[in-house]
Ligand binder design. Structure first.
Ligand code: G4P
Length: 193
């Protein structure tokens, strides 16, 4: 069991509806020592690639992506969520639907900060249905850049996102893949990796 899996087992809270709350250490209150460990782990997994930029999506992806960007010594770029329809022409835009929150967001990245010369590592906290990731991949594609890899802290292995992204041929690494959760006992079962 790696340090993230151990922390989920200790402090994660399993809710009805297959929701895993990690508010006490990952996406509300954040454990910075854990973030730094996660940053180092992603560096080890992706250091063979010519990565020159880390891309994530606000809000909770930013802290993890910061730790990763620090290890690589490259800029962190985050896609902004917007409900506005007044989108200026100098941005790349993707529609992201959230099944969890039952809403749609437009996500934006300024063309100034992403170009065909960028070799991008995409980082996010959760992978569920993969909509956020597909939006980020689309934004890199629009820029003509290269998605070198994708790093996820917690993948919900029983939802379709991981399979979709791997079938598209991307190098996807998830530090913890949850196979199932039991709200009655609070137990979380991880995929062996
Ligand atoms: P997808 O992006 O993989 O398609 O997933 P989905 O639409 O289902 O998830 C939307 C949001 O819900 C994402 O956050 C994702 O991180 C979060 N989420 C999904 N499943 C869980 C879960 O079991 N536990 C927790 N804590 N979050 C989950 P977001 O809308 O981008 O929000 P934020 O980054 O601003 O917090």
């Amino acid at each position: 069991m790696n340090c993230l899996e151990a922390r989920i087992a200790k402090d994660g809270v399993v809710k009805e509806g297959n929701v895993l709350k990690v508010d006490s250490f990952l996406n509300h209150q954040m454990d910075i020592a854990l973030m730094n460990e996660i940053g180092k782990e992603f560096y080890e997994r992706f250091k063979d690639l010519p990565i020159n930029k880390i891309l994530t999506i606000e809000a909770s992806g930013i802290a993890i992506a910061y730790a990763v960007a620090q290890q690589f010594g490259v800029p962190l770029l985050f896609a902004k969520k917007s409900k506005s329809i007044n989108i200026a022409g100098d941005t790349y835009v993707a529609e992201v639907e959230s099944f969890t929150h039952k809403n749609k967001n437009t996500v934006l990245v300024s063309k100034q900060f992403l170009t065909k010369d960028d070799h991008v590592l995409i980082i996010d906290d959760f992978l569920a249905n993969g909509c956020a990731l597909q939006g980020l991949i689309s934004i890199v594609d629009q820029a003509g850049g290269t998605v070198e890899g994708i790093g996820i802290a917690i993948e919900k292995g029983f939802q379709v996102g991981g399979q979709i992204i791997r079938n598209l041929g991307y190098r996807l690494e998830s530090l913890a893949i949850v196979e199932s959760m039991d709200p009655a006992t609070g137990k979380v079962f991880f995929r062996e990796q």
